[in-house]
Design a protein around this ligand. Structure first.
Ligand code: CTP
Length: 411
């Protein structure tokens, strides 16, 4: 079972020119034993320490050493196709030179170009002399890359190739494997799952330039979409009006009205594993839309007749088969009672109850303070946290469901 799961994970191993390059052979063997798919790229200097043939035999694939193919024939743009192929890049050993190049955005060979073109997780397993590892320039480069979200596996103390004793040995391949597995567990927990998310406010037109809407900005829904993407899910985000940019790696669909949002949700719903409805959908809409612009001199007062809008989440609750359904409850009083009512009436697996009257929570804020209630009525009162953190918490629960039950039913 574990092996089958790992087979879906594609690791691109970058090997740079250091004596520890010989350990990359063992690393490939360990990755393959775990069931990962492995491709290898090497710098020119790395090929002086270990032959591409050795790594090709172990990885059971061609080893890439150059941006260009040997013959003159056209083939795909290698650094881009490798970057698209990989789920995760690990560079082991990573020399001080390679780390400096990446920190400065250099892309002068296949390995550095691929790293620059890659949008997923990148892990460095450095190896160098202890004087180099303590050099403040190297330390500054590492600090900068850590701030940028790159990951490092600590070097180990021991006898170094130069005869010195000290820090700088590349981590043992088994330790590298364990670090990679840990990162995968974190980042690929929703790999292969389809997650559908609605965000932001709908707009219901009064005339051609005016509308009824609300204060939702989409921050929660976008954070959920990004967190799901960062866990390896295929994410479709259906958003109402927002100032936020479309997040990378996420199919983002823009809609105006609740009706348009409903249509898009229903298009994707059957083929979805998880539906998270964070949009603030207008419950009412004008019964008639005026043509053009309503002119004030033509009327002293204006009565707008409003009618109930469709409830998208309720409809998905009725249609639900395998999907995990998560709703949000925007409340200003009786938080728990109202949230429980929505959980039941909309047939949800989780409800995230928001007190939208708080300054630090709900619409437009970067943080949220919520009470999460599951289908069985189990409550978790969460502390104030960023919307991305909250998204992570919600998705951890989703993952837990898949691990324990394989589908969306909370038993
Ligand atoms: N929702 C929906 N379609 C609607 C209204 C709400 O899909 N027409 C979804 C929201 O995205 C949210 C949940 O239902 O996940 C609850 O929304 P909320 O606005 O809190 O509650 P309502 O059901 O609209 O009820 P009320 O406004 O009376 O509190």
């Amino acid at each position: 079972m574990k092996e089958k799961k790992n087979k879906e994970i594609k690791i691109l191993l970058g090997v740079t020119g250091g004596i520890a390059a010989y350990k990359s052979a063992e690393l490939i063997r360990l990755f393959k034993k775990e069931g990962f798919k492995v491709k290898v790229m090497m710098t020119k200097n790395a090929t002086r320490f270990i032959t591409p043939l050795t790594l090709a035999v172990l990885s059971e694939d061609k080893v890439f050493t150059s941006l260009f193919s040997q013959d003159e024939e056209y083939e795909e743009i290698r650094h881009i196709s490798l970057a698209h192929w990989a789920d995760l890049i690990i560079i082991a050993p990573a020399t001080a030179n390679l780390i400096a190049k990446i920190a400065h955005g250099l892309a002068d060979d296949l390995l550095t170009s691929t790293v620059l073109a890659f949008t997923g997780n990148i892990i460095f397993a450095p190896a160098m002399n202890s004087a180099m590892i303590n050099n403040s320039i190297y330390k500054d480069n590492v600090k900068y890359l850590l701030e940028k979200g790159y990951h490092f596996i600590d070097t180990e103390k021991g006898n170094l190739a130069c005869g010195d004793y000290g820090d700088g040995r590349m981590a043992d391949p088994v330790n590298i494997l364990n670090s990679v597995k840990e990162r995968i567990k974190k980042n690929f927990s929703l790999k292969g799952k389809k997650v559908l998310i609605t965000a932001s406010a709908t707009r219901e037109p009064i005339d051609e330039i005016r509308f009824i809407s609300n204060r939702s900005t989409g921050k929660m829904g976008f954070s959920l979409a990004e967190a799901a993407r960062d866990r390896g899910a295929m994410v479709t985000l259906i958003t109402g009006s927002t100032c936020l940019h479309d997040p990378w790696g996420i199919k983002t669909i823009h809609v105006n009205t609740a009706r348009e949002m409903r249509e898009q949700v229903m298009t994707y719903f059957n083929d979805t594993d998880v539906f998270i409805s964070s949009a603030a959908v207008s419950d009412f809409k004008p019964a008639h839309q005026f043509a053009g612009k309503i002119k004030k001199k033509e009327q002293h007062s204006l009565n707008l007749e409003l009618e109930r809008n469709i409830d998208i989440l309720k409809e998905t609750g009725e249609k639900k088969t395998k999907q995990i359904l998560i709703g949000f409850a925007a409340e200003v009083k009786n938080l728990k009672e109202n949230a429980l009512d929505k959980l039941k009436s909309k047939n949800l697996d989780y409800i995230v109850a928001n007190d939208v009257s708080r300054e630090d929570s709900g619409f437009a804020s970067d943080t949220n303070k919520v009470l999460v209630i599951d289908r069985k009525g189990r409550e978790t009162d969460l502390p104030l946290m960023s919307k991305y953190e909250l998204a992570g918490y919600i998705l951890d629960n989703v993952q837990h469901n898949f691990e324990n039950h394989g589908n969306g039913i909370v038993l």
